[in-house]
Design a protein around this ligand. Sequence first.
Ligand code: F6R
Length: 608
Amino acid sequence: MCGIVGYVGKKEVVPILIDGLRRLEYRGYDSAGIALLDKGNLTVAKSKGKVELLDNSVNRSHYSGTVGIGHTRWATHGEPSVTNAHPHTDCSKSIAIVHNGIIENYLELKEKLIKEGHKFRSKTDSEVIAHLIEKYYKGNLEKAVLSSIKKLKGSYAIAVITKDEPHKVVAVKCGSPLIVGIGKEENFVASDVPAILTHTRKVIYLHDYDVVVLNEKKVQIKNIKGKNVNRRVEKITWDINAAEKGGYSHFMLKEIEEQPDVILNIIKRRIDDKRRIFFDELKLNKNDFKSIKKITIIACGTAWHAGLIGKYLIEKHARIPVEVDLSSEYRYRKPPSIKNELVIAVSQSGETADTLAALRLARHNKLKVITVCNVIGSSMVRESDSVIYTHAGPEIGVASTKAYTAQISIFYLLAVHLAFLRGVIGRNTEHKLVKEFEELPKLITRILNNKKDIESCAEKYKQASSFLYLGRNINYPTALEGALKLKEISYIHAEGCSAGEMKHGPIALVDEKLPTVCIAPKSVTYEKMLSNIQELKARCGIVVSVATERDNIIKKHSDYVIHIPKVNEDLSCILATIPLQLLAYYMAVAKGRDVDRPRNLAKSVTVE
Ligand code: F6R
């Protein structure tokens, strides 16, 4: 949930750290800090709030150093403040650490260290790491780090420097992401690739319990026993522009607009010139697919909504029973497993703590796990039997947009592929369904060209204090996702419901002040949605409909209609999502919210 970066080389370290932190801000932004080794001194600068404030408070001409570490925080223990901001130092201010994760046994360790005479300054769990390293330090930083991590319980990615060894950074990972960037006479560690991509494309994804020692010439990785280990160097193929705003006012808008390209990319990677679907990277063979008796999908938040849509698609096309569970529930409810059950974990980041734990439980129960993921080399990817990458490119905006439509696209193609492999459909039906999918980029572009209309809708209803979202069948999860997007970035209360459930409770909320967003494209449940809309109008509710182009009937019963192009019902959930993302976006902008960094949230939820 926090972002860390470290550098050792020949260049001035402050601009490198600040720039790296800016690119990691999506991971947390309630305080930021850096520590650097400056002519034999350890210098620390911190500030409350965003990296920009740290940058303004650091007079760059006062600092000169070529080794340092930095941190941007998402508070878990101790409120956002300068004292609780990282880096944290030991008693003698010789050692500085930055930490992402949670030290579960910190209270116990803290008590012991206090008894031993250590003086603590912050309320964080992380500070114990600095004091533990101080305790074990006997002139070799990596040895002290190794001894310290043996005492830690929880999850962590840590980077450490000490003024007694001024040419190195030591870092270690367990449960939280950490990569190494390899440059020319300079090396880096960071929580994520964008932090270092302007300097190098050569990256190592560290494994749990890897301890890495960096100096400007060398990167050495050891395991917990102190033995050297080799890790593959990967080449990052995407460009830093993909992780920058490129003229857009917010990452979220840029990422919404990228969706036609994301789907084109999926088409290119997953469909051949005869319109046959392939998932080459799956290590399961045709017989494995034929013998599947049940699929369980595990995910959190927006990815869980994609999983709910996956259920509709897989059950409809491949006729395999699917259960969808929130990872946080699955991991504690002792789910029984059956023979030939397949688990699909869905995650943009591949680092979400609950989904990772749920995935581990499934594997512990001897189930095969496929992860649908956007981040190459992430923890879930490494721990799964197989991976399907969404290849949506880096998603920086905290609210997930393009990763979501990419996840649904993968489920659509997987459902059709499974249907074919299991003999439920033939090549002709596969061809037809693929052809319809190929239309999506064009249709999404049509919606995006009409954004002004959605902006006007946001302007009209921005004063509402609550919203209801209704949908049926495959667009029930669309309603959940629309409500989630609105609440997370505009802070307006919003609730998503199955329209069929409206009469069982939510209808009591309806009055002349409550806008209800009704997702009602032409489909098998269209008439039912129309009845729901009439029931809302009969109670003086405000109706904003998302409807198929040229639907003149719905117009008569709605206060505002947002049109989407005609498309097969399965794909209507992708098209209907686009205006809902835009509606949330424009509503948040109109209310002056920090769209890309909404309060209390972080992009990657690596703590439970
Ligand atoms: C909402 C959002 C979150 C994530 C959830 C899971 O816009 O982004 O609800 O979907 O935290 O994250 P991943 O997909 O990284 O596992």
